[in-house]
Design a protein around this ligand. Structure first.
Ligand SMILES: [Zn+2]
Ligand SMILES: [Zn+2]
Length: 153
């Protein structure tokens, strides 16, 4: 078998891959998806419902470690992929250095509901605190100004 293991416990397929990035193997002259095949052998029956697909929890498409393979619906996979892409674009943490994996974020959406990206809730709370602090200072200054004696000549 042509497999390379990694520190993260991934078993990376070194053979041919489909254009989608998933490992391919020819069995009895038939091209098969390796990770699906491994899932079937180690993790039990595959759901025949075409709504289901096998994905890697480690997010490495070349990984065929059965412990990293799960069968989820295509809708779930689509959502997962979106987040993986967001990780790739945004990095694994927000600008404030809080890892997205902590799950402390909300979805930024446009008015028509399209997902635009993630907003870190820790940063949002800090920004809100800072905003409230500035508002308090401004209010206090305004009060002082209001209390000044009339200086008009
Ligand atoms: Zn893996
Ligand atoms: Zn943050």
């Amino acid at each position: 078998m042509t497999i390379k293991t990694t520190d993260l416990g991934c078993w990376l397929w070194q053979g041919a891959c489909a254009s989608s990035g998933y490992p391919l193997l020819t069995i009895d002259g038939e091209r098969r998806s390796v990770h699906r095949h491994v899932f079937l052998i180690f993790n039990g029956p595959l759901k025949t419902d075409p709504q289901y697909c096998v994905v890697q929890t480690c997010n490495n498409k070349a990984c065929i470690n059965p412990a990293h393979l799960v069968q989820i619906t295509r809708a779930q996979a689509k959502r997962r992929n979106w987040h993986i892409q967001m990780d790739a674009v945004l990095g694994y943490e927000c600008e404030g250095g809080h890892p997205w994996s902590a799950g402390k974020w909300e979805m930024k959406r446009s008015t028509d509901g399209t997902a635009l990206g993630r907003r870190c809730l820790i940063c949002k709370a800090e920004q809100h605190k800072e905003y409230m602090r500035r508002r308090r200072i401004k209010a206090r200054n305004q009060k002082k100004i209001d209390e000044l004696p009339d200086l008009t000549p």
